[in-house]
Design a protein around this ligand. Sequence first.
Ligand code: NI
Length: 182
Amino acid sequence: MLLDKDILDEKDKRLHKASEEVTFPMDEKDKKMIEEMIEHLTLSQIPEESEKYDLRPGMGLAAIQVGIPKRYFVVVYEVDDGEFENYIMINPKIVSASNEMIYVEDGEGCLSVNRPTEGIVPRHARITMEGFDTEGNPIKYRVREDLAIAFQHEFDHLNGILFTDKIDKKDPFKGKDKYRAI
Ligand code: NI
């Protein structure tokens, strides 16, 4: 299983480079990695398990965070107590985005950023993302609110962008009144 030590830290240069498109059929190794990433994120959100394996809770992971420079990510979203929905996105594209912008009031987090951070990361409140599943079938998700933020955060990883890159250096809370806090 994947442990926190298997996840690259922001200091690693690889996290700051764009990843390559996946070609189909997808490598079995990548399919296995997707399963492991989903397992990791699921366990990390179950308090007893996260404690047992010393996992920081997280809802998304991009392949590059485990050292694979390929354009895919997973999101594990807790829809209800202990009930999770898994999203797998390969070669994703954002095909539409709301004008309305939101941000996480408590600040975004990332399993690759291991230090306290503060500031506003403006995100679209709603997006439509198209991509492929592990078999190469086209898929499309319309997501909103916290799930939309997770998708945009992970999508950025594929382009070598961390959420900390999007926080205004001089004024971390710039735009506070322009965007809606969630
Ligand atoms: Ni991240």
